[in-house]
Design a protein around this ligand. Structure first.
Ligand code: FE2
Ligand code: FE2
Length: 128
């Protein structure tokens, strides 16, 4: 985990690490693996988001609605690019190479960080 993305909530940082790992894999993947990895990234992202959503509900996080909305948008974009790249691989490539990291970084620093702070205030840093 790079310093700039660390939230100091281990369980959340782990999910973000998994995302960065698959993203860097995809950047160097042979053509034939690209779509499979893309699909795996979608599955992994769904689990990541469901995990955070469960946490928010369990602890009655004040920003649940905004966060849910952001997750829907992010996942929707990812699925859109996945579908497009079945016919136009370059579409998917540009999403992975030029967009995905910045997009996730923005989510982590603007949205996930609020949840992390909330959990820390409740002394739930070690949550899993
Ligand atoms: Fe997250
Ligand atoms: Fe999130």
């Amino acid at each position: 985990m790079t310093e700039e993305l660390s939230l100091a909530i281990d369980a959340m940082d782990e999910k973000h690490d998994d995302f960065l790992e698959i993203l860097s894999h995809m950047k160097v993947s042979p053509k034939g693996d690209f779509l499979n990895l893309f699909k795996e990234m979608i599955t992994q992202t769904k689990e990541h988001f469901e995990f955070e959503e469960r946490l928010m509900r369990e602890h009655h996080f004040y920003g649940l609605q905004e966060h849910l909305h952001e997750h829907d948008t992010l996942l929707g974009e990812m699925e859109h690019f996945y579908e497009k790249s079945k016919k136009m691989p370059l579409f998917g490539k540009s999403y992975i190479h030029e967009y995905a990291y910045e997009r996730f970084k923005r989510h982590i620093t603007n949205i996930d960080s609020q949840l992390a702070m909330f959990l820390k205030e409740k002394e739930l840093s070690g949550i899993s």
